[in-house]
Ligand binder design. Sequence first.
Ligand SMILES: Nc1ncnc2c1ncn2[C@@H]1O[C@H](COP(=O)(O)OP(=O)(O)OP(=O)(O)O)[C@@H](O)[C@H]1O
Length: 297
Amino acid sequence: MTKTYDGQNAVDDLSLDVLAGESVALLGHNGAGKTTLIKLILGLVRPDKGNIRILGREPSSPGDDKTRCQLGYLPENIAFYNGMSGAETLAFFARLKRHPLSDCARILARVGLSDAAHKRVSHYSKGMRQRLGLAQALLGNPRVLMLDEPTTGLDPELRTAFYDIVRELEEDGVTIILSSHALTELEAHTRKIVIMRKGCLIASGTIDDLRRRANLPVHIRLITRPGMGAACAEKIPEGVTCERINDHGLDLTLPSERKIDVLRHLSTTVPELDDVDIKLPSLNDLYMHFQKEGVAP
Ligand SMILES: Nc1ncnc2c1ncn2[C@@H]1O[C@H](COP(=O)(O)OP(=O)(O)OP(=O)(O)O)[C@@H](O)[C@H]1O
C-alpha cells in the first residue's frame, strides 16, 4: 500500500505479511514511515493505494468496533489528563474500549502501578507514564498490539521489565508490532525485523535471515599466550585480514562463509591460542548496511 501526504509518499508501495503471534520490530530513520504504517494498521488513516487486512478485516471500515477493540496501541507520545489518577485514567480508557472496570486493578498490577494507582498522573515519572500507556494498550485483551517507540526514556531496569511483559504477551499468542530506534535491545527481544527507508520496506526477516542476505564479514578476536601474537599472526590463512592489537591479541576479519574453516585451521595449527571471541554482525551493523542507498529490497 501507499500513503501520501502533501504529494510525498510516507509509506511507499509497501507489502508486509505479519503472522498471528509474531513479534515484529519496525526499524527506520526518522520520517521513514513507521508511525504512518502503524496508523494504517490501526485504521486511523487509510491507504491511498493498496489495501490492508487485519484479523481478516479492513481496519478503517466504519462501524467495525469489534475488530478495533482487538487492537491495542501505545502511541509514541501519549497524552493523559494530569489531574486524574492512574486508576481514573485507566477507567476512562476502559469505558471507551468497553473493558470491564473491575479488571482495571489487574492490568495496573500487571504493569507494576498498583502502588501508584491513586497518585495523580502529573506526579508520575516518565517510566510510570509509559507503564500507564501500556496498561491502556492492554485494555480489551488485544490480539494485536502496536507499540510506537515504547522504551524511549526508560531506564535499563524498566526496559527489561517492559520486555518481560511483552514476552508474556507473546507467549499468550498476542501479535506485537513495535517500532524503535533502540537496536541493541531489539536484537534480544524481537523475532522478525522489518527495515524501512523513505517509506519503502528494504529488508525483512529474522536476524539470521538478514545476516545471510547482507553477508557482512565476521570479526574474530584471538588472544594468545603472552608475547605470542606475532608468531600467531604468521599462521593466519590467506584472504583473512589480520590486525595486531598488542603482543597477545589479534583481530581477524574474514568472509562469513570461511568462519568454520578458519577456526578449524587455528585450532590445529596455533597451539599458542588462549581464547577466541567471535563477533557476528550486530543488528546495528545490519541496519547501517541496509540503510545504505543502493541496497536492493
Ligand atoms: N499527518 C501528516 N501530515 C503530513 N505529513 C505527515 C503526516 N504524518 C506524517 N507525515 C510525514 O510522513 C513521513 C513519515 O512520517 P512518520 O511519522 O510515519 O515517520 P517515522 O518513521 O515514524 O518517524 P520517527 O522515527 O521520527 O517517529 C514524514 O515525512 C512525515 O513528515
